[in-house]
Design a binder for this molecule. Structure first.
Ligand SMILES: Cc1ncc(COP(=O)(O)O)c(C=O)c1O
Length: 372
């Protein structure tokens, strides 16, 4: 038998799992496209027309490498949040920044605290550096601040993850509760506060940014409210030394020239963002209404999706999901009990939500029939 170059023991021991199966992979397997793409919490409203125009304008410049300092985008982010350029790092989406945080704060065997069923890409990156995940159950469909804190203390975790507003449940904590949580954290524990949906929920859920605190990293993205998931661009705001530590390991040519320029333009067009927020809220109301008409319970959401309690167990909700997929409606669902009783539907364009409304009753009927 041929020999092969050995992997590191760490990578060798990892399972071959991927955090997400994309809709594209599902379409390839099915042999045809979905009619409604309302499963990945993208923004079907797309980016601002100004951003589209700017990207078209610079398409011919893509023969040039990007600015490895991400200078202009950092300046724009810093101005947007009222911090200094030294407090900003740009990355390939929040996902890319999470990978860096895992490398920065987690040695093999270290405990890392997150919620059971929370954003899986974080877990994937922690596994990749040999961290030991400690998971805290949700309480009443919300991440448990007290539970996370207790786990951090018990396991002396160097890192804790919290998404606010939260994916997959759409729930959120108010800023005063978060501030209490942050103040109670040990100084030796870094908090990743993932605010991917921060622009879409109530402003009261966002604590003021405090860059004097060395154990909080705030993460934002252009993927959600700004409608630019495809360019892969996000940023973190933190104390200056934390940012210098990112600089030691980040991929300096990782954020494309297109992404940097689009990001600047997106931040400059806050009017567009302000026009998207109520459209997303209207979409949430529409999804909630569709759920209710079908006898299901929509959960309150501060994001661009609505998580819907299907009223049964995980197996029932899975059948509903499968029924919708088979009717060409791409949605997702939480997988961990008791969150798994739900399906998760992203806000889409009117015609996509029309298709969801048309297909949900059939998917439910089929799930109920198969349940017997
Ligand atoms: C909580 C959360 N964090 C991060 C991301 C990914 O963000 P990005 O596209 O910036 O990598 C998502 C996307 O669904 C998310 O739900």
């Amino acid at each position: 038998m041929r020999q092969r170059p050995p992997l590191t023991p760490l990578v060798d021991a990892l399972p071959s799992t991927v955090p997400f199966v994309g809709p594209e992979a599902q379409e390839r397997e099915r042999g045809h496209a979905f009619r409604a793409r309302i499963g990945a919490n993208e923004s079907s409203f797309g980016p601002s027309p100004r951003v589209i125009e700017r990207m078209a304008e610079i398409a011919g410049d893509m023969w040039m490498y990007c600015d490895p300092d991400n200078h202009d985008l950092k300046v724009a982010v810093a101005a947007h949040h009222g911090v200094k350029v030294e407090n900003v790092v740009i990355g390939e989406g929040i996902d890319g920044l999470l990978a860096l945080v895992a490398r920065m704060y987690v040695a093999p065997g270290d405990a890392v605290v997150t919620s059971l069923g929370a954003y899986p890409t974080f877990n994937f990156h922690i596994a990749g550096v040999g961290g030991r995940l400690v998971t805290v159950p949700y309480e009443n469909d919300r991440e448990s601040l007290d539970g996370l804190l207790a786990a951090v203390r018990k396991d002396k975790a160097p890192l804790v993850y919290l998404s606010n507003p939260d994916n997959p449940m759409g729930s959120w904590w108010e800023a005063n509760e978060l501030i209490r949580f942050i103040e109670a954290l040990p100084e030796t524990t870094m908090l990743v506060l993932d605010e991917a949906y921060g622009e879409l929920g109530p402003a009261s859920a966002l604590p003021p940014i405090d860059i004097s605190r060395p154990n909080v990293i705030r993460m934002r993205t252009f993927s959600k409210a700004y409608g630019l998931a495809g360019i892969r661009c996000g940023y973190a705001v933190a104390e200056a030394q934390v940012i210098r530590d990112f600089e030691k390991i980040r991929n300096h040519y990782g954020v494309s020239r297109m992404a940097q320029i689009a990001g600047v333009e997106a931040l400059a067009d806050q009017d567009y963002l302000q026009s998207v927020v109520p459209r997303v809220a209207a979409g949430r109301r529409r999804i909630a209404g569709i759920a209710e008409v079908n006898g299901l319970k929509p959960l309150a959401s501060a994001t661009n999706f609505v998580t819907i309690d299907c009223g049964g167990d995980g197996a029932f909700a899975l059948k509903v999901l499968q029924g919708l997929l088979s009717r060409d409606v791409f949605i997702r669902k939480p997988m961990v009990p008791v969150l798994d009783r739900c399906i998760r539907v992203s806000v889409g364009l009117d015609h996509e939500l029309d298709i969801f409304a048309e297909e949900l009753p059939g998917a439910l009927a089929l799930a109920a029939a198969r349940g017997n």
